[in-house]
Every structure is written in C-alpha cells, then in structure tokens.
Design a protein around this ligand. Structure first.
Ligand code: 3SL
Length: 241
C-alpha cells in the first residue's frame, strides 16, 4: 500500500526523501489558504519566493507582489496575506509574486519533490479525491512557524491522513498523531485552535475573519500545483488515474 507521512516543520525536511513523493505544502494560516483562494478566483499564477528581495525584484519587473512578515503586510508591496486580498476580481488573469514568513519558505524547501501541490481546508475534498488516485507516496509538509510545530497545519495534515485511510497507510507516528489530533478537533476546529500561538498572533492584528475563513472546508474545487516555479491551477481531469 502507498504511504503517507507528515513532516511537522520544514526544519525536519532533510529526514525525508522527496524525489519520489508528492508533497502537499500546508500553511493554513494563511499562505496556502491565500494561494488556494487566489487560484480559485482566477489568478493565473503565483510565483512563490522565499525572500522579500526576490519578491521586490519581481515587482520591479512589473508583477503585482504580495508580501507578509510576522502576519503584517510588508511595506512597499501590493498585497498582504489575507485570502480576501487574493480573491479580488482585479487580479483575474494576473501573475502575482508572493513571499510569506513560513509558507513560501516551505514551498522552496520542498522543491526537490516529484510534485508539489497546495493544501488547505478550502480545497480539502478536491485534494483528497486527487491524492487518492496518485501512485506515489505522499508527504504532507506543515509550514509551521519559524521552524516550530503548529496546531493548524497539523490538523489539516491529520484531515488528509484520516480521509485517505483507504488508499494510504501511515508511515510513522507523525501521521498517526496528526490523524488522531484531527479526530479530536474536527467537530469544532475554531475552538480547538483558539489558544494556539498563531491564532493569538493574528487576533492581535484583528484578523479573526481570516482565521474563520481559512478553517472552512471545501469552499473551492481547485488544486494549485507548482510547475516551472509557478503555482497554477491543476488540470484535475487530465491528472486523475
Ligand atoms: O507564515 C506564513 O507564511 C503566513 O501565512 C503567516 S500569516 O498568517 O500571514 O501571519
């Protein structure tokens, strides 16, 4: 049977052989939720970059650029890191450069993977359906916070583990633990993470609306996939089977 594993932080990524795996990058609050929402709402592609400098260069070349550090929009950029920024009709058909504190670093860290797709509660069922047809082992990479474990990414990893039980077996205790935690939390995710460190950080910035939205399952039927350094909408029909 195919295997599913969970990497709780990009700092642990060196422990995994990425080359033959599909990697799902997860940063529920809020980078991968923004990417999912943006691609679903018509953004043509998102170029994820690790540093503010790289993002600035792309902006200077004429792209719109989203940049976040420590939860706040970085100065001099066009967008912050709210999913609502990325759902703006004016972004339809555009390519956006993006850098965030953890999410885009995680994407960069996973670049040797066979394939990188983006996960969030917003596209949970679509992602589960797609992954269930894949022939390769999976790794769910939690972006965490500055190298540390976080609850919301782990819960999403657990949602994937639990929803893929028929198709994938847990490779080790990380996947098992994430799955069990999700079962404890799933009836009320918002309450379960209400004391978590990143929720408190975002609450101090008055962005409760983003937190609630990012926990809503199945708002969109898209999967962003990394191709040639750009996140684009996966052509699901041609990738099934
Ligand atoms: O760390 C990240 O990539 C961000 O998603 C963090 S925040 O939610 O914008 O604070």
């Amino acid at each position: 049977m195919k295997k599913i594993d969970v990497c709780f932080s990009p700092e642990l990524l060196h422990l995994y052989d990425l080359q033959h795996r599909v990697v799902v990058v997860v940063d529920i609050l809020r980078a991968t939720s923004c990417i999912t929402a943006g691609i679903a709402c018509g953004i043509k592609s998102i170029i994820p970059v690790a540093s503010l400098d790289e993002c600035k260069k792309l902006q200077q070349q004429g792209l719109l650029a989203g940049a976040e550090r420590d939860g706040k929009k970085a100065e001099g950029f066009d967008l912050g890191n709210s999913p609502f920024d990325y759902m703006d009709d004016r972004l339809r058909g555009k390519t956006i450069a993006m850098t965030t504190t953890n999410g885009t670093q995680a994407i960069e860290g996973a670049k040797n993977a066979y394939q990188i797709v983006i996960g969030s509660f917003l596209n949970l069922s679509t992602l589960v359906n797609f992954l269930s047809t894949q022939e390769r082992d999976l790794l769910v990479l939690c972006a965490g916070w500055k190298g540390k474990f976080n609850l919301e990414d782990t819960l999403f990893a657990g949602a994937l583990v639990e929803n893929l039980l028929e198709h994938f077996e847990s490779e080790d205790d990380a996947a098992l633990a994430a799955g069990k935690l999700y079962l404890l939390a799933k009836s009320d995710l918002l309450s379960f993470i209400s004391n978590s460190s990143h929720v408190n950080r975002l609450k101090r910035l008055n962005i409760e609306k983003d937190i609630e939205f990012c926990l809503k399952p199945d708002q969109f039927e898209v999967i962003p996939i990394l191709q040639n350094g750009q996140l684009i909408k996966l052509d699901i029909v041609n990738h099934l089977g």
